[in-house]
Ligand binder design. Structure first.
Ligand code: SF4
Length: 414
C-alpha cells in the first residue's frame, strides 16, 4: 500500500492575479452587454474567437460558464430543467447545465461578481463543430430562444493529417462568416487588427505551452488540477495582452519553483497522465486523493488543447483554420495515440487515468480500445474511471477512490 499522507497542495501565488483578470473580463462583458457601442458574441471554446475579438466583439464562452456551473456544483440540479424541455440526460452536461441555468435564471457569475446577473445577452452566436455536434445544438437553442443569428463552421473530423484541402475548406467557412459579422458591428473587418489579434493569440498559446511543460521537471511544479484553473485566460482571453502578461508572470513563478525544487505534490512518487475531461465538481477531492497517494497528475490532453502552434499573423485566417483543425479532439485515433505516446515520454509518465465522461463521448477516449493499444505499445498501465464533467449523478466517489488507490498500489509494486 502506498504511504498514507495528509494532502499537501502548494498554492500558486499568481492565482490572485488570475482571479483579477478573470473578474475584469466578466465585468467588461457585462458592460458591453449594457452598452449600445459594443456587440457581444458567444463563441465555442475553439471557435473563431480571434476574428470576433478583432472585430470588436466582447466574447463570451458558454463552455466556460458551464464549467463554472460544474465547479460550483450547481450543474447537477440544473440539468433536469433542460431534460424537461427535451434535452436528454445522456447528451453534453455542459449544454444541459447551461440551458438549465438559463431556464432557472441562475448563474455562478451572480454569486462571484456583485452586479452581474448572468451571462451577457448575445448579438450573435458563433460555433465550430470541431469538438462535437452538441455545441451547434446548444447555440441553436439560444438562437431560437433569444432571436439572434447563429452562424458557424461545420468542421471536418477524424483526420490524421491536417491537409491543405481541409484547411481550404475551413478557411472558406471562416471567410463566409465575415459579412454577417460586419453587418452586426456596422464596421468592416480591419485586416491589421486581425493580424495583431492572431499574433497575441500565438504569444498566449506559446506561453501556455511553456507553463504546461514546466511539469516535465521532476518534481513537477504544477498539476493538472492547477492547470484546469489557470487555463481560464488561455480560453477566454486569447488574443489579448492581458492573457500574455498573465502567463509571463505564471511562467516565471513556475520556473522559480523548478529552481527551488518545489513540488506541486510533496514527495512525488508517481507521475500520472490524465486523459479526458476533468470532473469539475470534484477537482479538489481528486487533487487531494492523488496528493495523499503521492501521485502527481501533472499533464493532460485537456489543458494542452489550448496550445495552438499554427497561429501565424502573416496568414491570419488560414492559420486559424489550421489551428482549429489541429485540435486533439477532432483528430483520428491514430493521431491521438501518437500524440499521447510523445506526451508520456516527454513528461516521464508511469500511469494513465482515462476519464470516461458519460455525457461527452467525443472527449472520452477509452471506449474503442485505446488504453489497451497504448499499454501494449508503451508498457504504461492505465485505469479507466467512470464519471462525468458536470453531472455528479454519474460519479461514484467511493468507486473512484477504491480504483485509484488500487491503481497507485499497482504502480508502487512496479
Ligand atoms: S466536447 Fe464534450 S463537453 Fe465539450 S461541448 Fe462537446 S459534448 Fe460538451
Amino acid at each position: 500500500m502506498a504511504p498514507e499522507k495528509q494532502p499537501q497542495r502548494k498554492k500558486i501565488e499568481s492565482t490572485g492575479q488570475m482571479m483579477k483578470i478573470m473578474s475584469d473580463y466578466f465585468y467588461d462583458l457585462n458592460d458591453a452587454a449594457k452598452s449600445d457601442r459594443r456587440k457581444v458574441a458567444w463563441c465555442t471554446s475553439v471557435g473563431p474567437a480571434e476574428l470576433l475579438r478583432a472585430m470588436g466583439f466582447a466574447v463570451h464562452f458558454p463552455e466556460n460558464h458551464a464549467a463554472m456551473l460544474g465547479a460550483t456544483r450547481m450543474a447537477t440540479e440544473l440539468i433536469p430543467e433542460a431534460n424537461t424541455i427535451g434535452y436528454s440526460p445522456d447528451i453534453c452536461s455542459y449544454l444541459t447545465a447551461d440551458i438549465g441555468a438559463y431556464l432557472k435564471g441562475s448563474s455562478p457569475l451572480a454569486k462571484a461578481y456583485p452586479g452581474i446577473e448572468g451571462p451577457p445577452k448575445p448579438d450573435v452566436l458563433v460555433y465550430n463543430t470541431n469538438q462535437c455536434r452538441d455545441v451547434q445544438d446548444w447555440f441553436s437553442w439560444y438562437a431560437r430562444e433569444l432571436d439572434v443569428p447563429c452562424i458557424g463552421i461545420t468542421s471536418p473530423k477524424n483526420h490524421t493529417d491536417v491537409s491543405d484541402t481541409l484547411i481550404e475548406d475551413v478557411t472558406c467557412q471562416i471567410e463566409a462568416l465575415i459579412p454577417t459579422l460586419e453587418e452586426i458591428t456596422g464596421e468592416k473587418l480591419d485586416p491589421q487588427k486581425l493580424r495583431e489579434t492572431v499574433a497575441l493569440s500565438r504569444e498566449c498559446t506559446e506561453l501556455w505551452r511553456q507553463v504546461l511543460e514546466t511539469a516535465a521537471a521532476t518534481p513537477a511544479p504544477l498539476t493538472f488540477f492547477d492547470g484546469t484553473i489557470h487555463m481560464g485566460p488561455a480560453v477566454v482571453l486569447r488574443g489579448t495582452q492581458q492573457a500574455v502578461d498573465y502567463y509571463q508572470q505564471l511562467l516565471a513563478e513556475l520556473k522559480q519553483r523548478i529552481s527551488d525544487q518545489v513540488a506541486a505534490v510533496e514527495g512525488e512518487r508517481h507521475r500520472i497522465y490524465w486523459e479526458g475531461m476533468p470532473v469539475w465538481g470534484r477537482l479538489r477531492q481528486h487533487s487531494e486523493l492523488f496528493s495523499e497517494l503521492q501521485a502527481s497528475v501533472l499533464v493532460s490532453t485537456y489543458c494542452s488543447s489550448w496550445v495552438f502552434p499554427d497561429f501565424d499573423a502573416e496568414q491570419p485566417i488560414r492559420s486559424m483554420a489550421k489551428a482549429y483543425l489541429g485540435l486533439f479532439i477532432v483528430r483520428s485515433d491514430a493521431y491521438k495515440e501518437e500524440y499521447i505516446k510523445q506526451m508520456l515520454e516527454k513528461f516521464h509518465i508511469d500511469g494513465i487515468i482515462y476519464h470516461d465522461a458519460k455525457t461527452c463521448p467525443c472527449n472520452s477516449n477509452s471506449r474503442y480500445g485505446m488504453p489497451q493499444r497504448l499499454e501494449q505499445e508503451t508498457g504504461i498501465p492505465s485505469l479507466v474511471i467512470s464519471g462525468d464533467l458536470n453531472d455528479l449523478r454519474c460519479v461514484s466517489d467511493e468507486q473512484t477512490r477504491t480504483n485509484v488507490e488500487a491503481f497507485i498500489e499497482q504502480l508502487e509494486e512496479r
